[in-house]
Design a protein around this ligand. Structure first.
Ligand code: F6P
Length: 357
């Protein structure tokens, strides 16, 4: 008898169900004697013993279904070692649930925080397989995360739609794209949709340089400019502040986000009207794109192989289009960021895209 636990944790994305389906199909096609326990709302379900028994049928027909059939929640890694409001030791509670159900393995699907807790549980002696989910594509150790390409499609489509309206007006448009710490999504959607200026958290911007970019377009006879701005884009000035100083400044700011501040500054300096579009959580919604469906199926299938080989303590990763295993201890706590010197940045600059630096 094989007993598997599975949970989805952190922000959702389009291909969570597709990935779970890959894992379960990969297992059920090899073993008949299997019990699958789905934990509700991520680590919450593991901590509080909220789970339901699932069969392979539950994973049928969900390849193209966004969201997660298990629900998800954010359980900050930093607080995992702290007792809950009733004094419960969360780590011990998770171990208790795992052992009570006599699981052979727990499969966790999630982003960076989830991977850190997965590593913690692995160090505590549980058999863990982790799978790389996030629209941010910022998990260390993998070339690609599932959810990313689907979100790129949505963000690209938003900028495409802005293009047609922007071309009819003499305006500057800002599209704010998800990604607080890391700008992969903004970078890819920005390039895919032909944004003129791309601002990323990893490349602090100088307002003067952004204004120059807008002016350059005017001189080329182009009346409109489109900026793809990551949620976490930051000015050179703010990048010099300590974390604490920056947090204080942001708390005291009257702007809901960086885009609003930029819009005001651009309007004041150029006299051009600025419009802001924030697709927000639509970027995590809807069906996974075909690329993600294939990726999820491959990741899920690889996870099944590792489980059947009793190889635990790994995250399934993509390296040069191959599915590989990476030790959880190697990836926990690291972020895969956009390097300002990356080839893709140099290529984008070569064709005239400004990064405001
Ligand atoms: O981690 C994925 C992500 O979508 C980020 O890009 C975004 O900043 C954040 O989640 C939003 O999270 P929440 O769903 O908690 O608002």
């Amino acid at each position: 008898m094989l007993r598997i636990g599975i949970l989805t944790s952190g922000g959702d994305c389009q291909a969570l169900n597709a990935t779970m389906r890959g894992v379960v199909k990969g297992l059920c096609n090899q073993v008949s004697d299997i019990e699958i326990y789905g934990f509700e709302k991520g680590y919450h379900g593991l901590i509080y013993g909220e789970h339901r028994m699932l069969t392979s049928k539950d994973f049928s027909g969900i390849l193209m279904q966004g969201g997660t059939i298990l629900g998800t929640s954010r359980q900050p890694f930093k607080q995992m070692r702290e007792p809950d409001e009733n004094g419960l030791n969360k780590v011990e509670a998770m171990k208790h649930t795992y052992h009570k159900l006599r699981l052979n393995c727990l499969v966790v699907l999630g982003g960076n925080g989830t991977q850190k807790t997965a590593n913690l549980l692995s160090e505590e002696g549980l058999n863990i397989i982790a799978l790389p989910k996030t629209i941010d594509n910022d998990i260390w150790g993998t070339d690609m995360t599932f959810g990313f390409q689907s979100a790129v499609d949505i963000a690209t489509n938003v900028i495409d739609c802005i293009h047609t309206t922007a071309a009819s007006h003499n305006r500057v448009f800002i599209v704010e794209i998800m990604g607080h710490k890391v700008g992969w999504l903004t970078l890819h959607a920005g390039i895919a949709a032909g944004a003129d200026i791309i601002l990323l958290p990893e490349i602090p911007y100088d307002l003067e340089s952004v204004l120059e970019g807008i002016e350059r377009r005017k001189q080329q006879g182009k009346d409109f400019t489109i900026l793809a701005v990551a949620e976490g884009a930051i000015s050179k000035e703010d990048a010099k502040l300590s974390k604490k100083e920056l947090r204080k400044k942001q708390e005291q700011s009257s702007y809901p986000s960086v885009s609003y501040q930029l819009a005001k500054e651009i309007e004041e300096r150029t006299g051009q009207e600025v419009r802001i579009t924030i697709p927000g959580h639509t970027q995590r919604g809807g069906s996974p794109c075909p690329y993600d469906r294939v990726l999820s199926t491959r990741i899920g299938s690889k996870a099944a192989e590792l489980i059947l080989n009793k190889e635990y303590g790994y995250m399934v990763a993509v390296k040069n289009n191959e599915m590989v295993k990476v030790p959880l201890s190697e990836i926990a706590g690291k972020l895969k960021m956009v390097s300002p010197d990356a080839e893709i940045i140099r290529e984008a600059k070569r064709i005239g895209i400004s990064f405001g630096d």
